[in-house]
Design a protein around this ligand. Sequence first.
Ligand SMILES: Nc1ncnc2c1ncn2[C@@H]1O[C@H](COP(=O)(O)OP(=O)(O)OP(=O)(O)O)[C@@H](O)[C@H]1O
Ligand SMILES: [Mg+2]
Length: 378
Amino acid sequence: MRMRVGVIGGGQLARMMIPAAIDLGIDLRVLAENEGMAAELAAKSVGDYRNVDEVLRFCSEVDVVTFDHEHVPQEVLRALVDTGVAVHPGPDALLYAQDKLLMRAKLTELGLPTPEWAAVEDAAGLGAFLDEHGGAAVVKTARGGYDGKGVRVVRAAHEADDWFAALAEDANGGALLAEELVDFRRELAQSVARRPSGQVVAWPVVESIQRDGVCAEVIAPAPNPAGRLSDVAAEVATTIAEGLGVTGVLAVELFETTDERILVNELAMRPHNSGHWSIEGSTTSQFEQHLRAVLDLPLGPTGIVAPWAVMVNVLGGPASGTMADRYAGVFEDYPMAKVHNYGKEPRPGRKIGHVTVIGDDLDTVTYDARAAAAQFSD
Ligand SMILES: Nc1ncnc2c1ncn2[C@@H]1O[C@H](COP(=O)(O)OP(=O)(O)OP(=O)(O)O)[C@@H](O)[C@H]1O
Ligand SMILES: [Mg+2]
């Protein structure tokens, strides 16, 4: 069996596929956006993922294509499929990770629980939505959002005027997504993996803590799950993977409401920040699983190998120098901390690495993971 896997996008998700690929003898190649990116350690080409010719050239020498992000345009994805290369996840699935309005409509069609939502085309439409939802809403751009960019809480109809104006300029036009402001107890994430031939496996549901719209910490498994929470979360994600035909890893971001309902926030069709704990914390990491899935190989067990795994992101990093300058101190004080350095330049707010600690006692594990991660930032 030939196992040449091409990854479009050279960020940390592609980077963390590299060790799994090495272990399995998979020939992993990366199409990076620029020189000097996180996934540079793999066989690398540099090119524009929006350019059909550049992507086709990169993909002519691989058996399977997968992704570090969901921004490859549909025209490019479809051109790839036409050449006969296996694309996982495929364009019909990725569409729903690329456009939050299409995603909301599809989830509603599948009968899955989501926040109340509407497509709004102008301030009048947003005003009507606000009137129906207690005067507050979350407005999102349908495309291109990440790390909380493109998400805004509004309490007056004019507060999204800049985004409506940008839509009016855009040849594709479109609408914004308005959602009820969910009164959530906490945010959860449920990852599953699905093979093209159908097998689906689910990891334990996890709690994810966001700060300023960015994932800061993840606790696996989610503490104190009420009733059938874990089963419901896994069922929801499995229904989505099957209903949308997702191949590879699918991460479903969820809200657990104060009245104990589960609502789907959004989808990522690739390894996800909420699954980094699985590198040390699960029998099969999300990166290995993603490679197995896109190659249509039997999937690995997804159990957690210790009672708890806590992952803390390194956001920003040291004001001067690099993460590696701090290794001696961190390894001395927190020898159990597993440090992941993405090789990225420190910059305020930027995700440049993460730390995972696994163990028996949640308070100790959380303290150690936070304290070790904190030593990498000033
Ligand atoms: N309807 C909502 N009600 C309350 N809070 C919300 C709602 N939608 C989003 N949020 C908050 O905003 C955060 C970012 O929203 P969302 O996940 O849609 O955006 P994103 O920028 O695409 O995310 P990511 O950082 O995962 O790429 C959520 O994690 C949540 O904390
Ligand atoms: Mg999100």
